[in-house]
Design a binder for this molecule. Sequence first.
Ligand SMILES: Cc1cc2nc3c(=O)[nH]c(=O)nc-3n(C[C@H](O)[C@H](O)[C@H](O)COP(=O)(O)OP(=O)(O)OC[C@H]3O[C@@H](n4cnc5c(N)ncnc54)[C@H](O)[C@@H]3O)c2cc1C
Length: 471
Amino acid sequence: MSALREWVTLLGDRATDDTGPHTQNLTEFRAREIVAVLRPKSVSEIREIVAIAVKHRTPLYPISTGKNWGLGSRMPVQDGCAIVDLGQMNQILEINHELGYAVIEPGVTQRQLADALVDSPVMLNVTGSGEHTSVVGNALERGIGVLGQRVRELRGVEAVLANGELIRTGLWTFDVSTPQWHHYPEGSGPDIMGLFVQSGFGIVTKAVIGLHLRQPVQLALVRSSSDDLPQHIDEFRRLRQLQLLRDRIEISTNDDPRLAGFGSRAMDAWMTWLALFGDEPMVTLVKDQLSKSFSDITYYSPDDELPEPAQTRLRKLMGEPGDEYVHAMAGRAVDSGTDFALDDDPAATGFVCVLPAVPFTGQCVHDAISIVRKIDAKLGVQSILTFNSLGTTGLEGFFRVPLDRTDKSAIERTHKWAKQAQEQLAQGGFRPLRASIDNMYYDSGHLEMVLKLRQTIDPRGIIAPGRYLPN
Ligand SMILES: Cc1cc2nc3c(=O)[nH]c(=O)nc-3n(C[C@H](O)[C@H](O)[C@H](O)COP(=O)(O)OP(=O)(O)OC[C@H]3O[C@@H](n4cnc5c(N)ncnc54)[C@H](O)[C@@H]3O)c2cc1C
């Protein structure tokens, strides 16, 4: 019997070779050859799927909700994989308000978890992506929310390995005789949780996600000219290190579609949104300091009548996901909950992106911008640039070029831009913190050791071959 026949016997109509829609992607990457789409509903089904895959040497590519937009959407890195779509495993298994965590399955979306937390003291760190994207998928891709990196909120994962074994990390072992409070994710000895992030070490079937205490928040907007920017960046870092500012600090060129119709002033080449958390006396103190540091600054409180960009940012900082940025990017209203949202709509603007990790210094930001602007000039494109703070030391560069998906030469040009930008930024010391399936990045630092581990756990390269690790 073929692998597909065995999967159909196991899953019925939840296994299919109708894979066409899964190859549509808003970045217009080459359609990968996908042999099947499998939609398990339980861990035991996943273990059987893996056993069949190993028997037939057919690789698997797990996705949670498959909205990895800009990096490949649902598609695997390599041809010949079966997609394991975990969207139907979407249970919230536990919420702990006191210690601030939720135990969830991969199909749980930002909307689902945010709704389950309404009127509770804790909230989710939401991303700018659609409200129907997966919390677990995003964390496993090292995605970034408005309160910082999701991966830092991972307190445990449960995963099926390629040998069929089911494991849990840290204190979250199979020892059910002690209560599992998820208060100390590392456990004792080597911590293996990181192995399941940006890798093919296993199919993650559950995760423990840290939540944040709700608190009042206001916004400040600092405008900078290109000349002022490096000095302003150094000041943002100093204030971040002093804990007067917290994540997110969001620094964007003013042609960002998420700022449409906002601020066409002569000097406002860059806009920086700062989140000011805490009650009024605390915020007044921070405002005093900011007003000393920056000459062009505006404050926004939730009690005021607010312009749209400030409203959206405040909602997200208060744990409310939404599709606003998806609409802004696509140039049309698209519901992120519909099947193949964005990907199957060639009239929606697409984008290609590169995401370098940039040290949080004015000089490094200046250097990264110079690299990208040279490529822009050479290829005749205008990239939109954003830097988001990642704690006190780093920034996520979110550099992208909008894409007319009906224009073949534009597609070619923007793909070329992404390749050159990622390569030249990496050569300049700004390595990617996430990579697309067309420009997958293999870090040579500790690759040999990781490949030895992979060889032990998954010698046939069954799970997500080529994803951040070469075969
Ligand atoms: C307008 C717009 C704004 C965006 N804003 C943000 C943002 O603010 N922050 C951000 O991080 N991203 C952002 N994105 C990018 C992207 O949409 C999100 O990262 C999204 O959450 C990823 O899709 P997903 O949640 O469906 O994850 P998936 O696509 O399901 O997962 C991502 C990858 O992780 C791996 N994976 C997923 N599930 C598993 C599993 N269970 N086991 C093993 N491996 C797995 C797979 O390789 C998969 O390709 C944005 C995109 C757009 C279009």
